[in-house]
Design a protein around this ligand. Structure first.
Ligand SMILES: Nc1ncnc2c1ncn2[C@@H]1O[C@H](COP(=O)(O)OP(=O)(O)OP(=O)(O)O)[C@@H](O)[C@H]1O
Length: 278
């Protein structure tokens, strides 16, 4: 479990980014962390990995205070950052140098991911394309079997087949012990993958809901003609029509449109949260 309690944080000489931020994340789920540029997603993920420390409050990961960077905690965390550099060595050298840090590293699993992603094994990692490097890190990260996997913009640079491979691989990698957090702007890439949506805005959590609850409470409509105004929680122009988020009064579960949902939350989180609270 990850528990952030009353976290306050500011970068030096900046105004506070997090003020009393509270958030609990449970294993067995994939969380989508969404937010506009500069909302604080990467900073939040860095707190969880013990790379940034709160000014006050605490961030506990599997019971450890993340800022202590206890080796037992670190071997259970794998972070794939948005920007990274890989050394000029081939995959097998990298694996034999780095897998030792993870007690549950599964070499057969790594091999299967490399085949699935069609990664060339003899080329130096530094000479791979950006998308290939990303796929290599995803393969390595999953093979560590770390209980906490943090992925910052993992689908950036992936081609279309690789994005669907990514979704398939992530879904199959999840078990009840693992907690996966994916931060992204590419919300469509997360559809049918994430269990929970957390939205951050100017350092505050403005929305935190389970996808099943979302599909039970609201529907996503692409032509609001005829829908009474008091049932519409958010609307926008889409291909010349009014699309939007509507109260689900039928109780039938429908597909969650993450892009519409995100737009609605950013525009007016209070209205949407009020509906969920009722
Ligand atoms: N090292 C730093 N020093 C000072 N301010 C920083 C630093 N890193 C980030 N910030 C500021 O903190 C805020 C949050 O940045 P952060 O990178 O966490 O946002 P983000 O949600 O990940 O953004 P993006 O979607 O653009 O990657 C921004 O206003 C940013 O300018």
């Amino acid at each position: 479990m990850i528990a952030l309690k009353d976290v306050q944080f500011r970068y030096k000489k900046q105004r506070p980014l997090f003020e009393n931020l509270n958030l609990t994340l449970q294993p067995g789920f994939i969380y989508g962390l969404l937010g506009k540029n500069g909302a604080g997603k990467s900073s939040l993920l860095k707190h969880m990995a013990g790379l940034l420390y709160p000014n006050s409050g605490e961030c506990r990961v599997f019971g450890y205070n993340a800022q202590d960077r206890d080796p037992n905690m670190l071997q259970d965390i794998y972070v794939i950052p948005e920007e990274f550099e890989l050394p000029g060595i081939n995959i097998s050298s990298y694996v034999s140098n780095n897998a030792v840090f993870y007690t549950r590293f599964d070499y057969a699993q790594m091999d299967a991911y490399l085949t699935e992603f069609e990664l060339p094994r003899t080329v130096k990692l530094s000479n791979l394309s950006y998308g290939q490097k990303k796929k290599f890190l995803i393969a390595f990260g999953l093979s560590t079997n770390a209980r906490l996997l943090i992925l910052d913009e993992p689908t950036n640079g992936l081609d279309i087949p690789s994005k669907s491979q990514f979704r398939k691989i992530m879904a199959s990698a999840l078990d009840e012990e693992k907690l996966i957090i994916i931060s992204t702007h590419q919300v469509r890439d997360l559809e049918n993958l994430i269990d929970n949506i957390v939205v951050l805005e100017q350092g505050s959590i403005i929305f935190n809901q389970n996808v099943a609850a979302i599909s039970e409470r609201v529907t996503f409509e692409y032509n609001l003609n005829g829908v009474p105004d008091d049932e519409v929680l958010y609307s926008e122009e889409l291909h010349g029509r009014r699309a939007g988020i509507v109260k689900n009064l039928s109780g039938m579960e429908t597909r969650v449109d993450l892009e519409l949902l995100f737009n609605g939350i950013v525009k007016d989180a209070a209205t949407i949260n009020r509906h969920f609270a009722n």
